[in-house]
Design a binder for this molecule. Structure first.
Ligand SMILES: Cc1cc2nc3c(=O)[nH]c(=O)nc-3n(C[C@H](O)[C@H](O)[C@H](O)COP(=O)(O)OP(=O)(O)OC[C@H]3O[C@@H](n4cnc5c(N)ncnc54)[C@H](O)[C@@H]3O)c2cc1C
Length: 425
């Protein structure tokens, strides 16, 4: 791997987005000999998967999949990684693109040994974007302990506070802090471009009836992932945000904004599996806790996921209620009430619980900000692959909602398409 130093080469592939899909496309292409520029806007690779506590269905930590890919990248000089980088402009045609990349400064150079002295010295605090702002972190920090590249980053607000900037710089024994770094733009020549820009969680604040943002004990599924993660804001404990108490009951609200014409009209493919997985997080920590899963249809695609669902169904403390949730409201003392009509019995249900988790869907990144290239999108912002035109392709969740396994398969196929553009040039 080479970082942020790249010669221009017209027969290269650019992969935009360093999540599991982008990593896969980049590695599959590089390992058959093609030069790849991997462009990631975050200071680290791994995308959303890095934020998960465990993967379904095996329930292993995300590091088990990501680390192998990081090792492959490290060992492969054909992959040039650009972090803190975004595409500004794409010009040209299939086989012959000029891409302008904007690179933001990290304020930490390659001398960094990850000793952490800068964090100790730093007094500026910022909301942790990695933890969905559930905790404050120091302005000088490592994004998370397995971050790749393994290098600290300093938030621009530290530089703006002269005294703190001096403290942080003085604390570094390796001369790794460099506040002279500036944003810059570079141009690269590539033959094909793969957009693996992934997804963002649908904004739960937009779903008026489900109480998110009004009551602290209504959280999203991704907040639950961070809470359950040992490196998260609660160090792996699942606690009610309002009083940090262990919940005795938790409700999962499926299709929170999904399959709903007012929000996301589609099924995000993974939310049912994510809630089934998260039910195990709660049960592991609190063997007495009761869990209520409210769903429209339970979707567990394929045999493996079906088996996972069947195992969860056997748990006597997990109750499945078929019915679309009409409302989640305050029940006093930090509790919330989930209101739904049971589609099987017709009964109106008011289930009061300590905490509710909204199974919010995945929205393509491009739904909120279109990509700076000549691409076509579905109404919901997923990039449409035009294989006849060629040259630019979308992989993984930029193209459709997928789990990790199918993201990998999709991204491998797209690597081949990107290579074909170069070969047929
Ligand atoms: C609550 C929840 C739990 C889940 N749990 C599981 C699970 O247990 N098992 C499973 O298989 N799947 C799970 N998933 C699904 C999984 O997260 C996705 O399959 C996976 O993230 C798809 O990877 P991706 O690379 O396509 O997208 P992402 O992970 O979103 O990666 C995209 C990358 O592109 C970068 N990027 C975006 N825009 C730009 C840009 N303009 N320029 C440069 N970089 C950019 C992003 O920063 C990011 O690093 C879960 C999803 C949710 C919502």
């Amino acid at each position: 791997m080479t970082e942020n130093t790249a010669p221009a080469n017209g027969s290269s592939i650019m992969v935009v987005g360093g999540g599991i899909s982008g990593l896969t496309t980049a590695l599959e292409a590089a390992e058959v000999g093609y030069e790849v520029f991997l462009v990631e806007k975050n200071p680290y690779l791994g995308g959303r998967v890095a934020q998960l506590n465990q993967y379904f269905p095996k329930l292993c930590p995300p590091t088990c999949g990501l680390e192998i890919n990081f090792r492959r990248i490290k060992d492969n000089p054909k992959v040039k990684v650009f972090t803190l980088a975004e595409v500004e402009k794409v010009e040209g045609t299939a086989g012959n693109y000029t891409v302008s990349l904007k690179l933001k400064p990290r304020f930490v150079n390659e001398n960094c040994t990850c000793c952490g002295d800068c964090t100790e010295a730093c007094q500026t605090e910022i909301d942790s974007p990695f933890d969905f702002e559930m905790q404050k972190i120091k302005g000088a920090h490592l994004p998370f302990e397995m971050a790749f590249p393994a290098r600290f980053i300093i938030h621009p607000s530290v530089k703006d506070t002269a005294e703190d900037a001096r403290r942080v710089k003085d604390a570094c024994k390796y001369d790794a802090v460099d506040f002279d770094m500036e944003a810059k733009t570079i141009d690269l020549q590539v033959g094909s471009i793969v957009w693996a820009t992934g997804w963002e969680l649908y904004d739960a604040n937009k779903i008026d009836n489900l109480g998110f943002g009004l009551y602290p004990n209504i959280i999203t599924n991704m907040m639950m992932e961070r809470m359950a993660a040992p490196n998260g804001p609660t160090k792996g404990q699942i606690l009610r945000p309002s009083d940090k108490k262990a919940p005795g009951s938790v409700a999962f609200v499926q299709c929170a904004g999904s399959r709903d014409e007012n929000h996301l009209p589609y099924c995000s493919y993974i939310c049912c599996m994510a809630s089934l997985k998260q039910a195990t997080y709660v049960r592991e920590r609190y063997p007495e806790a009761k869990i209520y899963i409210f769903y429209i249809d339970m979707r567990a695609p394929g045999l493996r996921y079906e088996k996972f669902y069947q195992t969860i169904k056997e748990d006597q403390n997990i109750f499945f209620v078929k019915g679309k949730v009409a409302e989640v409201s305050d029940a006093g003392a930090g509790k919330v009430t989930v209101v739904a009509e049971n589609a099987v019995t017709g009964e109106k249900i008011h289930q009061t619980v300590d905490m509710a988790v909204l199974a919010t869907g995945m929205q393509p990144t491009a739904a909120n900000a279109k990509l700076p290239a000549d691409l076509q999108y579905t109404e919901d912002g997923f990039v449409i692959n035009d294989f006849d035109k060629g040259g630019m392709y979308a992989a993984g969740c930029a193209n459709k909602p997928l789990d990790v396994v199918t993201s990998n398969q999709n991204a491998t196929g797209v690597a081949l398409k990107a290579i074909q553009t170069l070969v047929n040039k």
